[in-house]
Design a protein around this ligand. Structure first.
Ligand code: SAH
Length: 353
C-alpha cells in the first residue's frame, strides 16, 4: 500500500493512516477518512476500492457463540465463528473454500474443495466479525484471539495466510499479540518449516491418532507426512523460540476408533518428552457421519492416562454445536471442484512453490 501511495505521488505514511481507518475503525468509505485531504480522498475514490464481503447469514448459539456465513464475490460462502469466553473472545476463521484433505471425521471435507481464499478474503473475516459484534454493548464481545481453525488447510494456502496473519499482528491494523494468533494444520511438514522462518505465531497440529496405521485412515495426509516426522517438525518449529513453550496437539475423540487406553498410552509415549499440550476434542457429529462421540467417561480416562504420564492435557469444551459452529461442523456453501487425486499429487508441488 505504501508503494501504491508513492506511485500516486503521495507520502508513504498515508498507507498506515488508511490501514488504521479500515482495520481499526472499520471504515470502508474514503470520504470518512478525515485526516486525508479532500483532494486525496477524491483521488482514492477514483483509483481504488475498499470491497468488503457480505454477511449472508448470522446465527447465535445458546452459549453465546456466533456464526456468520460470509458470501464471497464468486458466490461461494465460507463460515466464521466467534467464541466468547470470560477472559477472551476467539474468532475462528477459514482459509479455503472447502478443503482438499478429506479427513474422514470432518464435515468441511465432505463439501469438497473449490479454491484458496485470497489474503483479503481471509482478513476481511476479522473486519466483518468486528463490525457485526460492535453494536453489542457488553465488553466480552471483543476479538482478542484468532485461530485459523475454520474451513480449509491454512498451510496449503501459504502465501495468502501468512500475509493475512501479518495484518492481524500489525500495529497499524489489528495489533494482536503473536501468542494470540494460532494456526492449526493437519501437518504439512515443509510448510511448517517455512512458517517457522517467515512469521511467529502459535501452532496447533491435528494429530488424532498415535500411530501411522490409524492416522493414515483418519487424516489421509499422513501417508505423505507420517507421525514421527510430524512430531519432529513440531519440535523444530519451537527451536529458537524460548517464549513459545508448547505445540498444541488436537485429538478428536471418536468412539471405539482412537479412544482406548492403549491409544492413550501410545500417545503418551509419543509426546512424553516433547514440548506438547494435548487438546482432546469431543467429536462433533454432522449428517451421515459414521462416527460417534466418545463418552465423557472414556474421555476422562484417556486424559487421566496422559496426565499421569506427565503430558499436559485438556478437554476442549464444545461450543456452538447447536448451530453447527463447533469444530469440524463448518460447511459453508462450496461449489465442489475437487478431483482429490489431482489435488493430492499437487500438494507437495504447491508447498514448495
Ligand atoms: N485443516 C486444519 C484446520 C482445521 S482446524 C487442521 O486440520 O488442523 C479444525 C479442527 O477441528 C481440526 O483439529 C480438526 O481435525 C478438528 N475436527 C474436524 N472435524 C471434527 C469433528 N467432527 N469433531 C471435532 N473436531 C473436528
Amino acid at each position: 500500500m505504501e508503494a501504491f501511495f508513492l506511485e500516486m505521488g503521495e507520502k508513504a505514511f498515508r498507507a498506515s493512516q488508511v490501514m488504521k481507518w479500515i482495520h481499526q475503525r472499520g471504515v470502508n468509505q474514503f470520504q470518512e477518512m478525515t485526516d486525508l485531504s479532500k483532494a486525496l480522498r477524491e483521488k482514492l475514490e477514483h483509483e481504488a476500492e475498499i470491497r468488503t464481503p457480505e454477511l449472508a447469514m448470522e446465527q447465535s448459539s445458546d452459549d453465546g457463540t456466533q456464526k456468520w456465513l460470509v458470501r464471497l464475490d464468486d458466490g461461494n460462502c465460507i463460515e466464521t465463528v466467534f467464541i466468547p469466553e470470560d477472559d477472551r473472545g476467539t474468532l475462528c476463521i477459514s482459509s479455503q473454500v472447502g478443503c482438499a484433505l478429506d479427513c474422514t471425521f470432518c464435515s468441511t471435507a465432505r463439501q469438497g474443495f473449490n479454491r484458496n481464499l485470497t489474503s483479503d478474503e481471509i482478513i476481511s473475516q476479522l473486519w466483518v466479525a468486528r463490525k457485526a459484534l460492535q453494536p453489542d454493548p457488553t465488553t466480552d464481545r471483543v476479538i482478542t484471539n484468532v485461530v485459523l481453525m475454520g474451513m480449509g488447510e491454512p498451510l496449503l494456502n501459504y502465501d495468502n495466510v501468512v500475509e493475512a496473519m501479518r495484518i492481524m499482528l500489525d500495529d497499524n491494523a489489528y495489533g494482536l499479540s503473536k501468542r494470540r494468533v494460532t494456526l492449526s494444520t493437519s501437518g504439512v511438514i515443509p510448510a511448517m518449516d517455512r512458517l517457522a522462518k517467515d512469521i511467529d505465531v502459535s501452532l496447533a497440529v491435528s494429530l488424532h491418532a498415535p500411530n501411522d496405521a490409524l492416522r493414515d485412515q483418519l487424516v489421509p495426509l499422513n501417508r505423505k507426512y507420517p507421525v514421527k516426522e510430524l512430531i519432529a517438525a513440531c519440535e523444530r518449529y519451537l527451536h529458537g523460540k524460548p517464549y513459545r513453550s508448547r505445540i498444541t496437539y488436537e485429538y478428536v475423540m471418536l468412539d471405539g476408533v482412537n479412544d482406548s487406553p492403549e491409544h492413550a498410552r501410545q500417545l503418551a509415549r509419543l509426546l512424553r518428552d516433547k514440548a506438547a499440550k494435548v487438546n482432546l476434542i469431543p467429536f462433533n457429529p454432522f449428517p451421515e457421519t459414521r462416527y460417534q462421540r466418545s463418552s465423557g467417561k472414556t474421555i476422562d480416562r484417556f486424559r487421566e492416562i496422559l496426565h499421569k504420564a506427565g503430558v499436559i492435557t485438556v478437554t476442549r469444551r464444545t461450543r456452538g454445536d447447536d448451530i453447527d459452529a463447533a469444530c469440524g461442523q463448518l460447511a459453508g456453501k462450496v461449489q465442489d471442484r475437487s478431483r482429490r487425486d489431482v489435488h493430492f499429487a499437487r500438494i507437495e508441488q504447491r508447498v514448495h512453490s
